[in-house]
Design a protein around this ligand. Structure first.
Ligand SMILES: *Cc1c(COP(=O)(O)O)cnc(C)c1O
Length: 471
């Protein structure tokens, strides 16, 4: 297999075939613009730069692995949504990635912020998000979380069960306030990536189903409680969705419910939320909608339905997380080992092990998410070989990039960049194998700021109390 290392040669017959969508690149150094944040470019020296800073410099100063967020790109995407959806409220789904600085940017860019726990709520408040610009989600909010939300005066709590409706009512009564609530419904549309699953009964934990009548029961329960101010219906159909079709079906169904309850309650609920889930490009296969096209499609369907049902268009909102922060960030790893693995039939696959893995990005292991990668610290004139980029953890499923063409001369010490790493990567990170979690740094005009510092083994050991008696 030594021929695999010959610079410039491609022995396609001996390389394991990749998935059909993965094309052998003409130039292994080329960057597909759709995958990378706004300021990323490969300099004349072959080194990738973001915000005017070479990644070699960032790696030298911050170590690896490191998540590098392109600040200009974040603001462009955030404002892009706010402008495309002018007149609608855009809630940034904080669970995708939230720090106090990010919360502050969200406010500055005109976003509202969604939180799913007391922890996220604390970060948003600490980052300067006014309570009235926050929505609180979750299918099992604790009393403490609801109390925190009420005390912060959050703009909306999205209710998800009858238990919770009673709980919020009671906590609001204790405080002598009216809690602004939305009812999360399931529309029978569930969408994930390229697949739509339309089910008659919704066998999942979120929301009240429209089909069973529970959605209407929940709306009635909220309407009947004097300490709840029912402001509207909420629907979130899934994640990493590319076609607007699923949103259109969901919007139709909740507009119909909205019109039915308007007749029954003798008032039109003032708001409605269509959720998030807008897809981004992780690989060349993904072709996301622009916010403009999404906005046009959603506006058209809501306006048409309002007209047909003889109701006003409520104040509308959406909740993008991934589509705002996902493409802003690259993960930067350093290669530790390169191994040729011979497959059945004699073809080989190059396994590139990097210094992170499933502890900083669980998505490929959790649900088979696909990513792309490029050699980042230099350009290469070697040919492309089908490669798999794997982590350092003790799991066979510890894969970061399942299939990618990487230069045949990739070697220990090289830097590898993985685009589209801003959402649900660092946010879902763990300490598996006692690996400290990587930092997130933001770069703009050649200046680096730390958003989250690197964890240390001392941070982890601080949790280890030896054998401490519980009082
Ligand atoms: C996760 C989630 C979102 C955001 O999803 P993205 O795929 O990041 O856009 C929005 N709304 C709700 C209710 C969610 O659970």
């Amino acid at each position: 297999m030594t021929h695999m290392h010959v610079a410039g040669s491609i022995h396609a017959d001996t390389i394991a075939p990749g998935p059909q969508w993965l094309r052998l690149p003409e130039d292994v150094n080329a960057l597909l613009p759709a995958l990378w944040s706004a300021t990323v470019e490969r300099g004349p020296d072959g080194v990738l730069a973001v915000g005017g800073l070479p990644v070699t410099d960032i790696a030298a100063r911050c170590g690896t692995p490191v998540y590098v967020l392109d600040e200009v790109d974040f603001h462009q995407r955030a404002r892009g949504f706010v402008e495309a959806f002018a007149g609608w409220d855009v809630y940034y789904a904080g669970k995708s990635f939230l720090t106090t600085a990010v919360a502050g940017w969200a406010v500055a860019d005109g976003l509202f912020v969604d939180c799913s726990t007391g922890g996220e709520l604390t970060v948003a408040l600490r980052g300067g998000v006014p309570g009235e610009r926050i929505g609180l989600h979750g299918n099992n909010k604790s009393e403490a979380e609801i109390a925190m939300a009420l005390d912060a005066g959050v703009g909306r709590i999205i209710v998800d069960s009858f238990d919770e409706i009673r709980r919020i009512g009671r906590l609001a009564a204790d405080r002598d306030v009216r809690a602004r609530v939305m009812v999360r419904v399931t529309t029978g549309v569930e969408a994930h990536t390229h697949e739509y699953i339309a089910t008659a009964h919704e066998d999942q934990k979120f929301g009240f189903s429209i089909a069973s009548g529970q959605a209407k029961e929940a709306l009635r329960a909220c309407e009947a409680d004097p300490h709840l101010d029912l402001i509207g219906i909420h629907s979130h159909i899934g994640s990493q969705i590319f076609e607007t079709y699923g949103f259109e079906v969901a919007a139709r169904r909740i507009m119909m419910l909205h019109a039915e309850v308007a007749r029954e309650f003798d008032r039109e609920l003032p708001e409605m939320d269509l959720g998030g889930g807008f897809g981004i490009a992780y690989t060349s296969l993904d072709q996301p909608e622009t916010p403009e096209r999404l906005a046009a499609a959603l506006r058209a369907i809501v306006e048409e339905q309002a007209h047909d049902l003889s109701v006003q268009v409520p104040r509308m909102s959406i909740e993008p997380g991934r589509a705002i922060v996902g493409p802003t960030t690259m993960a930067l790893y350093r290669v530790g080992t390169v191994k040729q693995v011979v497959l059945d039939g004699g073809a080989t696959r190059t396994y590139i092990s990097v210094d992170g893995g499933m502890s900083d990005n669980i998505r490929p292991a959790l649900y088979g998410a696909e990513y792309s990668a490029t050699l980042a610290g230099r350009a290469s004139s070697a040919g492309a070989v089908l490669s798999r980029i794997v982590g350092k953890h003790c799991e066979g499923g510890d894969i970061l990039v399942r299939d990618e063409f990487m230069p045949a001369d990739i070697a220990p010490g090289d830097l590898v960049a993985v685009p589209g790493s801003g959402a649900y990567s660092r946010a879902m990170a763990s300490n598996y194998n006692m690996v400290p979690r990587p930092p997130v740094v933001a770069v703009r005009d050649g200046v680096l700021h730390t958003l989250v510092r690197r964890e240390t083994i001392d941070d982890l050991l601080a949790l280890d109390l030896g054998y401490d008696p519980v009082p």
